[in-house]
Design a protein around this ligand. Structure first.
Ligand code: ZN
Length: 163
């Protein structure tokens, strides 16, 4: 039995007692969260979010890529969100390797470089600051006055805001 099989079995139990149907698509709390994919970071529990309340956009590092800006643009312009929360965290896997070395490894293995930048970083707070600037400077976002960034401590559960 693969892990995927276990997940499908878990869903059968979930669906059997599911009572959360009928929610509207636009997030009821009008907020979008951009977070790292880290397995220790349960965005909904960490931020006290329930079903239907927020958009949660995740990738390796919580990096503000073109695709994250695409999602935020749709979130704001088509689904009514007005605030953005950026959520990085301590002990991130993105601080464990170097972009140039990783691109060299991928190129050697595949014969071609990736079209994307891996986005590794060493200074988490600085990466949050750069990510905040990318969101605030995005010309497609109508709401950039409430964009805030945080680092989640995976050992204490606490957030620290990055000014
Ligand atoms: Zn991470």
């Amino acid at each position: 039995m693969s892990v995927t099989d276990e997940l499908v079995a878990a869903n059968e139990s979930f669906a059997a007692s599911f009572t959360g149907g009928g929610l509207p698509g636009p997030p009821s709390r009008h907020v979008a969260v951009v977070a790292c994919m880290d397995a220790r970071l349960d965005v909904y529990r960490v931020l006290g979010l329930g079903d239907g309340e927020a958009h949660v956009i995740r990738n390796a590092g919580g990096v503000v890529t073109d695709d994250v800006l695409r999602s935020l643009t749709i979130s704001q312009r088509k689904l009514g969100t007005t605030e953005v929360v950026l959520l990085h965290h301590s002990k991130c896997g993105m601080a464990t390797f170097d972009d140039d070395e990783f691109v060299a490894e991928l190129t050697a293995d595949s014969g071609q470089p990736p079209e994307w930048a891996p986005g590794a970083f060493t200074d988490t707070e600085q990466d949050v600051r750069e990510s905040l600037a990318l969101v605030r400077d995005c010309p497609f976002l109508p709401h950039t006055d409430a964009v805030r960034g945080f680092v989640y401590d995976v050992d204490t559960g606490a957030l620290a805001e990055v000014a």
